[in-house]
Design a protein around this ligand. Structure first.
Ligand SMILES: [Zn+2]
Length: 225
């Protein structure tokens, strides 16, 4: 996993023993990575109506996250905020930012988190919500996920009930995920898919792999009717 990258765009001010961190702007490389994943997801129709959100670690204590209500296919530096993991949320960031922060806090190896509102994720998370998970087996695409080397495996994608109190939801999700879950993603019922990775490239591969598996499962259900 990639170590913490350079911490440009931030300033530290010391007041006695207390260190106050002022995060001003994300580094250009982080902005580029977020603009690119936004375009990628928007081109596939995965973030309709300004939905979805994306984040990238800047260093051990700081991340960059997309702002609320912006078109994810047309991101710029102005639509991305930098914030500290352990500070109160600044205004204007995505309402789902607490879900991102909780993942970064739970696993120091996570370098990027991606969240989309796809049709397959939305429909299947409703259909299987009562089961608490979607269990997949036998797909070659399992191998898109970190550590999976064969289709002869089972991939379990947890499903959590959706909630508008995202601070409480983040606590509940993390308590159930247990720090380092086997699958690098989860579903929120009737809402969408979260995925993550050590780098943005890995997070995108996990997102694509999981979304492909969800789409296959949805197609199979249609054919079985
Ligand atoms: Zn969402």
């Amino acid at each position: 996993m990639r170590p913490a990258s350079r911490a440009t765009g931030e300033a530290l001010a010391r007041f006695g023993r207390r260190v106050t961190r002022v995060v001003t702007a994300p580094p250009p490389a982080v902005v580029e990575a977020l603009v690119a994943i936004g375009r990628f997801a928007a081109a596939r129709g995965w973030v309709p109506a300004t939905s979805g959100n994306f984040s990238h670690r800047i260093d051990a204590r700081t991340i960059a996250v997309t702002r609320s209500g912006v078109d994810k296919g047309n991101l710029s530096a102005q639509s991305i905020a930098a914030l500290a993991l352990d500070e109160p949320l600044p205004p204007g960031v995505s309402a789902e930012t607490p879900l991102h922060l909780a993942r970064y806090r739970a696993d120091a190896r996570i370098g990027a988190i991606v969240h989309v509102h796809t049709v397959a994720a939305t429909v299947l998370s409703r259909l299987y919500a009562a089961d608490g998970a979607l269990r997949l087996s036998g797909f070659e695409m399992h191998k898109a996920l970190d550590g999976v080397t064969t289709h002869e495996s089972e991939v379990t994608v947890p499903i959590f009930a959706n909630a508008q109190d995202t601070v409480a939801l983040a606590q509940s999700v993390e308590a159930q995920l247990g720090g380092n879950p086997a699958t690098p993603g989860y579903l929120l019922a009737g809402h969408g898919l979260y995925a993550w990775g050590a780098t943005m490239d890995e997070a995108r591969r996990h997102l694509e792999g999981l979304e492909f598996l969800l789409t296959c499962t949805l197609e199979e259900r249609r054919l079985q009717r």
